[in-house]
Write a protein that binds this ligand. Structure first.
Ligand code: SF4
Length: 336
């Protein structure tokens, strides 16, 4: 289906759908990059409904990193709610990007955020709605490369059959490197593209690694299938947090967080061994008070939001808010 076909079909469907604003894009600050002018096109999925996905800071940051590059384009997609999914399947509408209405199979890269394990089955549903084979080995050059990243991919194996490549660690820098590697090799076939990804630090391509078992059947580890591939996939870390994202897309319908988030620090100083968030986000990195205040002022100007969410691990947010209460009070006076 073409974007025009999808738009025409949506005009018939949406009057009978709950919250149609979830499915039409066009929000304030949404991507307006021309499709034809881009040389490489990615679509970023948060595998849950729009109301949750639009509040996810990670996908917004990664989209922004790609869209800052003049020849790259990144759009968005979320899961349709049950009524919309049934209507799309009934009308033969494939999963499409909210920004240009292109089907997902028109893109070069399908990047999926996986912050928690409960989203695994939604990923399979998204692949199915997009008309793509679920298993990575069954997808060929007609389909985009599917990557996933986020906290739950620190153990990628449960989803290894379905995803072409995983980002292990933080995505701000590597997402552009992935796009560039795929762009440079796209005429050389999928196998070459996957090997190019596997050579990037922090990228794990499951089909290029095999498990090794002891004689009594215990898993000893995994090994690359070729000597030229890294033996160990190292977690990717952004040494210094990049400037905070401020140009948030402002939804036209209610979402779970009707406010803009800003990450004031990453990591947790306490390091409880049982805590996933505390362990995988090491080392601790903080933004300065001045940088946070500047970002808040920019967010208010760019979006009109009247509420800001300060994001960090729970003990730090309490301590820092106490410490910062005076600068924030003066910042709110300045902005007002
Ligand atoms: S976020 Fe809480 S549980 Fe996790 S490491 Fe920090 S203090 Fe511990």
């Amino acid at each position: 289906m073409t974007p025009h076909d999808i738009q025409t079909a949506l005009e018939r469907l949406l009057p009978g759908i709950e919250k149609p604003g979830r499915y039409v894009g066009g929000e304030y600050n949404s991507c307006a990059k021309p499709w034809e002018a881009a040389d490489f096109r990615a679509v970023m999925a948060f595998p849950d409904i729009y109301d949750l996905g639009m509040s996810n800071l990670g996908t917004m940051i990664l989209m922004d990193q790609l869209n800052r590059e003049p020849d790259l384009l990144c759009e968005r997609v979320y899961c349709p709610w049950l009524d919309m999914e049934a209507a799309m399947r009934g009308a033969g509408i494939p999963l499409y990007s909210l920004d240009s209405y292109h089907p997902i199979t028109d893109f070069d890269l399908f990047a999926i955020s996986l912050p928690y394990e409960q989203l695994y089955t939604n990923v399979l549903n998204l692949l199915d709605l997009a008309g793509m084979p679920l298993r990575a080995r069954e997808r060929d050059a007609r389909y985009p490369i599917v990557i996933a990243g986020g906290h739950s991919t620190y153990n990628p194996e449960p989803m290894a059959d379905f995803i072409d490549a995983f980002v292990i660690g933080e995505g701000e820098e590597v997402i552009v490197e992935i796009a560039r590697a795929l762009q440079a090799t796209r005429r050389q076939g999928r196998e070459v593209q996957l090997r190019a990804l596997a050579r990037l630090q922090g990228v794990y391509v499951p089909r290029l690694y095999q498990p090794v078992y002891s004689v009594d059947g215990h898993l000893l580890g995994t090994e690359p299938i070729e000597a030229s591939l890294p033996k160990t996939v190292l977690k990717r870390i952004v040494p210094v947090l990049p400037p905070p994202f401020t140009r948030f897309i402002v939804p036209n319908v209610d979402t779970v967080h009707n406010r803009a988030p800003i990450e004031i620090m990453r990591g947790c100083t306490r390091g409880c061994r049982f805590c996933h968030a505390g362990m995988v986000t090491r080392p601790v990195r903080q933004r300065s008070v001045a940088e946070v205040i500047r970002a808040i002022e920019d967010i208010i100007r760019a979006t009109g939001y009247e509420e800001i969410g300060l994001m960090s691990s729970p003990p730090q947010i309490t301590a820092m808010c106490r410490r910062w209460s005076r600068p924030f009070r003066s910042a709110s006076r300045t902005v007002a």
